[in-house]
Design a protein around this ligand. Structure first.
Ligand SMILES: *Cc1c(COP(=O)(O)O)cnc(C)c1O
Length: 364
């Protein structure tokens, strides 16, 4: 292939060239405990029902751009206040992008750090100013004093609060969150990607705060392959943001499949309960080990810190044993020597624990 000339350098924004692509490792053949997926597929009756409904889909036609049926089902399943409206996205990643694309140029985006990396990544790709406010080093809790001071200084147009936070797994204090909501000069997005596992939510607070938006996704519940997220908020916010959304962003297969899944919520409730049970077992087993520290989690993963080993070496040893977890050590800072382990099936978790014990048996 012929090399492009200097046009890449001349035409693309320097912010874009400075980014590195979001890296997803090849996971074929591995026990996959790296991406917060629900490890369970559907029972065969549910699969039958799903395939029958897909037969009625018309891939030759554009999908319903308004997703009327799907929105009603999502509102009911998620306790969205009746007066609130929804914006749907191709994953909540797309909703983050829509929110940030709608801001004025030069706007400031504020979030605690470490947190979900796409807030920073998308802000930077759009040339917005991203400010990360460090969480407390000992337990990753939100330092409300520090965060509110950053709000005063930087006057952010938008604040992202992942509740629970990724990759740390904890819930920020409710009082801190409410203080932020009270003083924020812009919009506050509470990202509830892990709502099925958290037993805590700001959804009902939408009625009380005109500048609160609550974002959720079906990915961590067990539908990561469908790519469906939503934002709930005041109809005026949603109406404006909807202008930035591409008209057919939710494809027909996702619409039909998500509708079926929401009707079959008992299947997912049971899966979530299994995962919560396994989370407790996995955490208890890790807490027995003197080589690691675990952090409180309200999500379907556990953050651990290696106390006597190099996390990257443990990560490689696990990979050699066929187990993929997320190595956070390269991001450095508060996450140095940390690994993030997604809760898998009982069998996967046992295999992980076995390989993990093996990997930390000899101090490095
Ligand atoms: C996984 C995750 C998302 C993105 O979810 P998708 O809907 O799959 O794009 C958003 N926010 C947080 C905090 C997440 O962990």
């Amino acid at each position: 292939m012929i090399e492009p000339d200097d046009r890449i350098e001349r035409l693309l924004r320097s912010e874009v060239r400075a980014l590195s692509a979001y890296h997803v490792p090849d996971s074929k053949g591995y026990i996959k405990l790296d991406a917060m997926e629900n490890p369970y597929h559907w029972p065969s009756e549910t699969v039958e029902l799903w395939l029958n409904r897909l037969r009625g889909a018309e891939p030759n036609r554009y999908p319903d751009p308004a997703c009327v049926g799907l929105k009603t089902a999502l509102k009911n399943a998620n306790g969205v206040p009746a007066q609130a409206e929804l914006l749907l996205g191709n994953g909540s990643d797309e909703i983050i992008q829509i929110l940030l694309m709608a801001l004025k140029s030069g706007a400031t985006v504020l979030a605690p750090e470490p947190t979900f990396v796409m807030y920073r990544q998308i802000s930077q790709s759009l040339g917005l100013r991203f400010i990360g406010v460090p969480l407390r080093g000992d337990d990753f809790s939100l330092d409300a004093e520090l965060f509110c001071a950053a709000i005063e200084t930087h006057q952010p147009a938008i604040i992202f609060l992942a509740y629970p936070n990724n990759p740390t797994g904890n819930l920020f204090g409710k009082e801190s969150m409410e203080r932020i909501l009270a003083i924020a000069p812009g919009v506050v997005v509470v990202d509830e990607a892990y709502a099925p596992y958290a037993d805590a939510s700001f959804m009902s607070q939408l009625e009380k705060h005109g500048n609160l938006l609550v974002m959720r996704t079906l990915s961590k519940l067990g539908l990561a392959g469908l790519r469906l997220g939503f934002l709930a908020g005041h109809p005026r916010w949603i109406g404006e943001l909807d202008k930035v959304r591409l008209p057919y962003n939710i494809n027909v297969l996702t619409q039909v499949s998500a509708e079926v899944a929401l009707e079959q919520h008992a299947v997912f409730d049971a899966q979530v309960n299994h995962i919560l049970h396994e989370r407790a077992l996995l955490k208890a087993a890790l807490d027995q080990m003197t080589e690691v520290r675990t952090y409180d989690t309200r999500a379907n993963f556990i953050l651990v810190r290696l106390l006597r080993h190099d996390a990257s070496e443990v990560f490689l040893a696990l990979r050699k044993a066929g187990i993929l977890v997320k190595n956070l050590h390269p991001s450095g800072g508060l996450l140095s020597q940390c690994l993030r382990i997604t809760v898998g099936t009982p069998d996967e978790n046992l295999k992980f624990l076995e390989a993990f014990r093996q990997a930390v048996k000899t101090p490095i």
